[in-house]
Ligand binder design. Structure first.
Ligand SMILES: [Zn+2]
Length: 270
């Protein structure tokens, strides 16, 4: 039994008709529960519709850092709050910072980052007020100097007494996650661990402490080997989990047991 802690089932990469099969494939692989993450107002509402349609699907609602320049509703945070009150909404996300993509046309890098930070902070405040945990995106341009990771940590850590965050799609070593997990937050690993070029990430998954990390697909993105390059789906998390279990010298059953418990606690799943 596995939980896919991060996927985007409302993505246009899946047609509504295909989703029955995608969810059935996941169940076949023992992925009995999955959290579909919203990236803007419309996508968040669509995630809730999917959570109502499939018993094993839960939703997170939020504004992704790459969506912040497209939000013009003045009361967007009120709308997120309203969506968050749905009984199947288990977190606020996907929120955070993205320094990988350039600013959209008409925006300077500085203004773009300021707006991302404003949305991020406002949603951290909202989550702490609502008693929800947060799913956090962060992406740097290079692994050498990591301003995005550092700024993300600086934004999250002051909220440590009020909420827990998962910094999803970890791309660095375990050591770098220490300041975060020591305060009760989590990281999560995607199919990147199965890529030959990402030995450091697999090493991090091998060294990570049980109870301080989750597994995810980020579907439809980042399909693990042997599906690399094709559209990812939650059922593929089994390949990622097997790869991590091997690096940790533990059985897939043992890995599934503790990552499921971590996800149940983090999202308040019963
Ligand atoms: Zn995502």
């Amino acid at each position: 039994m596995l939980v896919d802690s991060h996927c985007h089932l409302a993505s246009h990469n899946y047609s509504s008709e295909e989703l029955d099969q995608v969810v059935a494939n996941a169940m076949d692989q023992g992925v009995t529960r999955m959290v579909t993450i919203g990236t803007d107002l419309e996508d968040s509402a669509a995630c809730i519709t999917l959570a109502e349609r499939f018993p094993g699907v839960y939703a997170a609602v939020g504004i992704h850092p790459c969506s912040v320049t497209e939000i013009d509703a003045e009361d967007w945070s009120g709308q997120i709050e309203q969506l968050a009150n749905h009984p199947k909404v288990v977190a606020i996300g996907e929120i955070g910072l993205d320094y990988f993509h350039g600013a959209p046309e008409g925006w300077t890098d500085e203004d773009y980052r300021d707006r991302q930070m404003a949305f991020f902070n406002q949603q951290l405040e909202l989550a702490s007020r609502l008693g929800k945990n947060v799913i956090v995106h962060n992406r740097d341009r290079s692994e050498k100097d990591r301003p995005c990771w550092n700024d993300t940590l600086q934004a999250v850590l002051p909220f440590s007494e009020k909420l827990r965050a998962v910094l999803h799609c970890h791309t660095s070593d375990w050591e770098s996650a220490k300041p975060l997990v020591d305060r009760g937050h989590l990281i999560s690993f995607t199919g990147i661990v199965t890529y030959k070029s990402a030995a450091v990430v697999l090493e991090a998954a091998g060294a990570a402490v049980a109870g301080q990390f989750m597994v995810e697909t980020d579907a439809p993105y980042l399909a693990p080997v042997p599906h690399r390059g094709s559209r990812c789906e939650p059922g593929y998390i089994r390949d990622t989990a097997e790869c991590i279990a091997k690096a940790r010298n533990e059985s897939i059953e043992s890995l599934a047991a503790h990552t499921t418990e971590t996800a149940e606690q983090f999202f308040g799943l019963s």
